[in-house]
Design a protein around this ligand. Structure first.
Ligand code: NA7
Length: 542
């Protein structure tokens, strides 16, 4: 029975990031009525919120952009090889304008629950603005990195200075001039903030628990000749991206590290350092499965840190040890290590001098209190599953997602869940997120979902969910691949280690985007063995 005050539509899309925007467009093109729900004030998702100084994508801009529209590809021109947040947000806005997406969205609105109604065969989504929406299909484009996580440190509420979170950055510019600034977090986000704010602030104190490996980004302005060339070859490029393990244009290699003699290996690493860090992983095929190869690259990077950073004690503290390089997402920086040569930038090594508490005036470590005007948190996300567990998602027979994922996220292809009919999560947990280009994944997944819906409608089917067996098979494959990889050897958001109490384990398919795509295609070709259609009708008839 459907709720009489509810608005009945065809598809609910949660999120206006790149996955949600494309889903909204795609389903509208299919003639569906779509309502999108977005907590932010406008489109852009993570790029709407993350306005911190130095925010930039570490994928090349031509890769990290939509491939579904030739018009958009031709009309939009990227200015830099790696675009900064304002440009990416401008791009999202350009796409939203161009496709008139905003008319489908409720902004400044959060979904508070999404509940499957088995009788009506509808998802019913309730919002914090008291709307109720009902639709046969619900698409959770909620993003793998959208729920910010504060550090577990006592006294956060006590601080009387200005507290800023990277992932909820104010819209108006923040001045650091003459200020004493502290930052906690030295992942990709912290590194971008440090290298930017370190050059502005009166004093910058970097409270580092675990140093990251970061490689030079070598960002540069894109020349008109390059742009023209690119625009001529976009089609072939997108095709190549779809067949690439990263879902991007970075060339893949099958060359093992030790297939080259030592001097040549060294030469390749030196060249990768000069060309830019994103070429490292493309230089050797086995860096994430061969510990000795990994050690050699890690040694090479530690050597570079030692060469750049002048103070030996600081250099030593910045050198990551005890986990494999690339087992945390590698950061790409612009003179990050050089920042520590500035007289106003101070590294506080929390391994030697742990934080005790946050005080009214700043941060107290074991050795004493550091007074601060501004404190920045760049302490990461409740990644991959956080956004979908932040509200109630209730499937068939009152089965909740929290129950289903109680001991770790389970899904089929990272898109669908047994027990949750007609619920789709593009770039969801157990898909290739984080190791591949998220826009490529999002477009692929939305297209795959659209095909599924087309198939159902052409065949008079109303509900679909994966079989328990198909889901189990996928989860075994994800686990088997994870088992072989060095990724499990580092405590990161990739394995859930950064959130207290979170089930541990790699909930990502690491076999490469190109393989993921094949699995999805095969799954769809064998629909009757991998999915149950009209489950309720069947059980009612039985
Ligand atoms: P990350 O990579 O999860 O980094 C979070 C950082 O915050 C990391 O250095 C943490 O140190 C640090 N952290 C968290 N809690 C604490 C406490 N209590 N004390 C000290 N330091 C702390 O998040 P990012 O936002 O940088 O990057 C996320 C992804 O966004 C990135 O991988 C790209 O894909 C884009 P720890 O390692 O836990 O010791």
């Amino acid at each position: 029975s459907s709720d009489s005050s509810a608005r009945r539509i065809d598809v609910i899309v949660v999120g206006a990031g790149f996955a949600g925007m494309y889903a909204t467009y795609k389903f509208r093109q299919m003639g569906k009525s779509v309502v999108g729900i977005e907590a932010g004030g406008d489109v852009g998702g993570v790029w709407y919120w993350n306005r911190y100084p130095g925010a930039r994508c570490d994928l090349m801009s031509v890769d990290y952009s939509y491939g579904f529209s030739e018009e958009i590809e031709q009309e939009w021109t990227w200015s830099e090889q790696f675009a900064a947040q304002p440009e990416i947000l401008a791009y999202a806005n350009f796409v939203a304008d161009r496709l008139d997406l905003r008319r489908s969205y409720l902004f400044n609105t959060r979904v508070t629950s999404a509940i499957w109604d088995e009788n009506a065969k509808l998802w019913r989504a309730t919002t914090d603005q008291d709307q109720v929406l009902e639709a046969p299909y619900c698409v959770m484009a909620t993003g793998p990195l959208s729920v910010a996580k504060d550090p577990d440190i006592p006294g956060i509420d006590r601080f009387k200075g200005r507290l800023l979170r990277a992932q909820k950055w104010p819209h108006e510019p923040v001045s650091f001039e003459g200020k004493r600034v502290g930052i906690i977090g030295t992942g990709s986000t912290g590194i971008q903030i440090v290298q930017t704010v370190g050059r502005e602030a009166g004093e910058l104190f970097v409270f580092q628990r675990t140093p990251s490996f970061t490689l030079p980004m070598r960002n540069h302005v894109l020349e008109p000749d390059y742009i023209n060339e690119m625009k001529r070859h976009y089609r072939a490029m997108r095709e190549a991206m779809r067949n690439n393990p990263t879902g991007g244009t970075r060339p893949a290699t099958s060359r093992p590290f030790f297939s080259l003699p030592p001097s040549q290996r060294r030469q390749v690493m030196e060249q990768a350092w000069v060309n830019g860090g994103h070429t490292f992983l493309g230089s050797f095929a086995d860096l994430l499965i061969n510990q000795e190869a990994n050690d050699q690259v890690a040694d090479f990077v530690r050597e570079k840190i030692g060469e750049i950073v002048k103070d030996p004690k600081t250099a030593e503290a910045l050198k990551p040890r005890g986990y494999p390089i690339f087992a945390r997402r590698p950061c790409l920086d612009t003179e990050y290590y050089e920042t520590y040569n500035l007289p106003n930038v101070h590294l506080v090594d929390l391994k030697a001098d742990p934080i005790v508490e946050i005080t009214e005036k700043g941060i107290r470590t074991e050795s004493g209190e550091t007074e601060l005007d501004i404190l920045i948190f760049a302490t990461g996300y409740d990644a991959l599953t956080g956004a979908l567990l932040a509200f109630d998602v209730v499937g068939r027979d009152g089965y909740t997602l929290k129950q289903k994922w109680g001991s770790g996220a389970r899904s089929y292809l990272g898109i669908m869940m047994e027990g949750f009919p007609n619920l789709f999560a593009p770039s969801g947990p157990n898909g290739p997120a984080a190791l591949a280009n998220l826009i490529t994944i999002a477009e692929h997944d939305v297209d795959w979902i659209a095909e599924m819906i087309d198939y159902m409608e052409a065949n008079g089917l109303t509900t679909v969910e994966p079989t328990a067996q198909a889901e189990e098979g996928w989860m075994s494959l994800v686990a088997a691949l994870a088992e072989k990889s060095l990724i499990r050897k580092a405590n990161t958001w990739w394995v859930g280690a950064n959130v207290k109490g979170k089930p541990q384990g790699l909930t990502m398919f690491i076999g490469g985007f190109h393989k993921y795509r094949e699995h999805c295609a095969t799954a769809a070709q064998n629909r009757s063995s991998n999915f149950v259609f009209d489950q309720a009708n069947k059980s009612a008839a039985a």
